[in-house]
Design a protein around this ligand. Structure first.
Ligand code: AMP
Length: 402
C-alpha cells in the first residue's frame, strides 16, 4: 500500500485539497487536487489529475446542506473508491496563525487545538475556518494523524528587533508582536531559489506574494529577516479587501467619532478596504485592470497598490543591506504583467531593469542587465504542507520506534 496524505486549506465556504503519495526519502508526489466551494449553499465538488483533466465533478442543491463536515467525509469516501493500492496515512492543514508557541509544524492533539483557538482574534478571517476541519477529522476519523502547518512559523528566524512593536513591555509579554504571514509560500520559494539561480539562495532576495492577500518578505540566505505583515494579516500592503498598514489612530476615529462597534470596524478593515474599498468596484485585479483605462477609481486603487509595494520594497532593501534578487508570486504576481512592470519601473534606483518580452512571456527571469535579477516563480504552499506533514510524521514514528 502506498501511504497518501491529504493537504487541506479551508476557507469560510470552501475546502481546497490536494492528495500526495508518500515514498521513503522522496519528495511527496501530487496525485489529485480539487475543491469544494459554495459550502453551506449550492456546494460544488471538482477533482483533477496532475495534468488538470477533470476526473469527477458534483453539484449539490442548497437543501442538501453540504457543509465542511459533509464535504470532508465525501472526500474521504471518494478517496476510498479511487485509491487503487493507496491508504490514507495523515492529513496536513494550513493554519494561518501559530502565535508564539508554534514555531514549527505540530502534530495535532486536543491541547494543540485549544491553543490554536486562542489565536482566533489574531486572524478572525482565517483561523476559525482552518480549525474547523481539524475538529471534524478528530471527531469523525479518530486516530487519523493530523499536522498543523503555520503561515507564521517561517518568520521565526527574524531578530527580536524586527519583530518588536514600540509598545509597553507588558504588551510584548502578552504576545503583541510582529509575526508575519504567507510563510508557507515563502518557505516554498526559498526552497526552489537554487533551481533558478544558486546565487539567489545565498543572497538577499525580496519575495512579493501578491494575491488576494499580499505581503513582501526579505530573505537572507533563504531565511526571513523582515516582512510587511505584523501581528495580524491586516498589516503591510493593501490587499483585495484588507487595508494594509493604517495609522492606529484611524481605528479610534472609527470607534469614537464614527460610532462603529469594534466588530464593525474590524469588518471594514478586513472586508471592505484594499482594492475593493479604494476602487468601490472589485477586489479582483483582473476586473480593475480591465476597467482602469476608463475608470479613475479602478486606476487609483491599482496605483496605490503599486505605490505601497514600491515603498515597502525600499524599506526591505534597507533591512537586507542591498538586493540581489526579486521574486513575484501568487495570483497577481504570477499573472499580472502590468503590476510586475510597474513595480520594476519603481525599482530602477536599485538597478533593476525589466526584460519586457520575458515579462510578457511570464518569465521565469524577467530582468535584464547587470543589476539585481527579477523572477516569476509560481508558489506551492500545498507542497510545503505535504513536506512538513511527512517530516512531522517521520519524526513521530522515529520517536515511537526508539
Ligand atoms: P490568489 O489569492 O493568489 O489566488 O490571487 C488572487 C488575485 O490574483 C486576484 O486579485 C486575481 O484578480 C489575481 N489574478 C489571477 N489571475 C490573474 C490574471 N491573469 N491577471 C491579473 N490578475 C490575476
Amino acid at each position: 500500500m502506498i501511504p497518501v496524505l491529504i493537504v487541506l486549506n479551508a476557507g469560510s465556504s470552501s475546502l481546497k485539497f490536494q492528495v500526495y503519495d508518500m515514498f521513503d526519502g522522496a519528495e511527496p508526489r501530487l496525485v489529485w487536487k480539487g475543491l469544494y466551494e459554495g459550502l453551506g449553499a449550492e456546494a460544488h465538488f471538482i477533482v483533477k489529475d496532475t495534468d488538470g483533466a477533470i476526473l469527477d465533478e458534483m453539484t449539490w442543491s442548497r437543501g442538501d446542506r453540504i457543509g465542511h463536515e459533509e464535504a470532508l467525509m465525501h472526500l474521504v469516501s471518494w478517496l476510498r473508491s479511487h485509491q487503487e493500492g493507496r491508504k490514507l496515512a495523515a492529513i496536513g492543514h494550513r493554519v494561518v496563525h501559530g502565535g508564539e508557541a508554534f514555531t514549527a509544524p505540530a502534530l495535532v492533539d486536543d491541547s494543540v487545538i485549544q491553543r490554536l483557538e486562542a489565536l482566533v482574534p489574531l486572524a478572525p478571517l482565517h483561523q476559525p475556518h482552518n480549525l474547523e476541519p481539524i475538529r471534524i477529522v478528530r471527531r469523525r476519523l479518530p486516530g487519523m494523524p493530523q499536522v498543523a502547518c503555520f503561515d507564521t512559523a517561517f518568520h521565526q528566524t527574524q531578530s527580536d528587533i524586527a519583530s518588536l512593536f514600540a509598545l509597553p513591555r507588558e504588551m510584548r509579554e502578552r504576545g503583541v508582536r510582529r509575526y508575519g504571514f504567507h510563510g508557507l509560500s515563502y518557505d516554498y520559494i526559498a526552497s526552489v531559489l537554487k533551481d533558478y539561480d544558486p546565487r539567489l539562495a545565498e543572497g538577499r532576495v525580496i519575495v512579493a506574494h501578491l494575491g488576494n492577500g499580499a505581503s513582501l518578505c526579505a530573505l537572507k540566505e533563504g531565511t526571513s529577516v523582515a516582512t510587511t505583515m505584523g501581528f495580524s494579516a491586516l498589516d503591510g500592503l493593501p490587499m483585495g479587501t484588507r487595508c494594509g498598514a493604517v495609522d492606529a489612530g484611524v481605528i479610534f476615529f472609527m470607534l469614537r467619532e464614527m460610532g462603529l462597534s469594534p466588530d464593525e470596524a474590524e469588518g471594514v478593515l478586513y472586508t471592505k478596504s484594499g482594492l475593493l474599498g479604494v476602487s468601490g468596484l472589485s477586489n479582483d485585479m483582473r476586473v480593475l485592470r480591465s476597467k482602469a483605462a476608463a475608470n479613475a477609481d479602478a486606476k487609483r486603487a491599482i496605483d496605490l497598490f503599486v505605490y505601497r509595494i514600491t515603498r515597502e520594497i525600499g524599506s526591505l532593501v534597507a533591512a537586507l543591506g542591498g538586493l540581489d534578487g526579486f521574486v513575484f508570486t501568487a495570483g497577481i504576481g504570477e499573472n499580472d504583467t502590468a503590476t510586475r512592470s510597474e513595480v520594476i519601473a519603481g525599482l530602477a534606483w536599485a538597478g533593476l531593469a525589466l526584460d519586457e518580452a520575458a515579462n510578457r512571456g511570464g518569465g521565469p527571469r524577467i530582468s535584464t542587465g547587470p543589476g539585481p535579477t527579477a523572477w516569476v516563480i509560481p508558489t506551492n504552499e500545498e507542497l510545503v504542507i505535504a513536506r512538513q506533514t511527512r517530516s512531522v510524521l517521520g519524526a513521530t514514528q522515529a520517536k515511537l520506534a526508539s
